[in-house]
Design a protein around this ligand. Structure first.
Ligand SMILES: Cc1cc2nc3c(=O)[nH]c(=O)nc-3n(C[C@H](O)[C@H](O)[C@H](O)COP(=O)(O)O)c2cc1C
Length: 185
């Protein structure tokens, strides 16, 4: 089973990184092949909203509007059996890096309906709020909506704040481990 872990913070040693490391550890403990991707190390521009706004991706289900690292990551996510997506909470939303990927991926895959590459695949979404904790749920709400658009199944939506860090990091490890153990094919 292939699991891809996406993390979308510029910090290499922050809360997001700790959550992603826990997910990698849990999925590997259950025997999965895991790839850990830092979206902030990639060049993923915002969606160009080509043409009249719908763009060629509505028909082609690939992004032809901006050539950058998105295309390779799109293929990697499509090839995975499950996804763990960890974002810091910025302004009560996923980070800008997370949103650029989410927007372009959604346009390519949501437009395939039930034929989406992520249809029926499990996703764990983590919203990591290191500040007040405000907006953790609105961030996860956006991620949940994204999962619905791309027809993915939500295995879990996990909020974590600096106060809950001591026990929630372990929850993320256990969630990833359970996802793999209970869905191993
Ligand atoms: C631009 C920006 C906006 C933020 N907005 C929020 C917020 O709405 N709620 C919150 O609890 N923390 C907020 N924070 C704090 C981040 O969630 C916190 O720094 C988090 O730990 C980031 O993850 P990291 O440790 O991986 O960098 C914000 C931080 C930045 C830089």
């Amino acid at each position: 089973m292939k699991v891809i872990v996406l993390q979308a913070s510029p910090n290499r040693d922050g809360l997001t990184a700790a959550c992603a490391a826990a997910a990698v550890e849990g999925a590997r403990a259950a025997g999965a092949e895991v790839e850990d991707v830092r979206i902030n190390d990639l060049k993923i521009a915002r969606c160009n909203c080509c043409g009249n706004g719908w763009g060629g991706c509505r028909i082609n289900h690939e992004c032809g509007g901006v050539q950058d690292d998105f295309q390779a990551l799109h293929q990697k996510v499509n090839a995975a059996d499950a996804l763990v997506f960890v974002t810091p909470v910025y302004w009560g939303q996923p980070s800008e890096a997370a949103k650029a990927f989410m927007d372009r991926f959604r346009r390519c895959e949501a437009t395939r309906g039930d034929e989406s590459a992520t249809a029926g695949k499990y996703v764990i979404c983590v919203g990591a709020a290191g500040g007040s904790g405000n907006g953790t749920m609105t961030c996860l709400g956006e991620m949940e909506r994204w999962c619905q658009h791309i027809r993915a199944e939500r295995w879990d939506l996990i909020p974590i704040t600096r106060r809950s860090r001591s026990y929630k990091v372990d929850t993320i490890r256990k969630a990833a481990e359970a996802l793999v153990r209970e869905n191993w094919k």
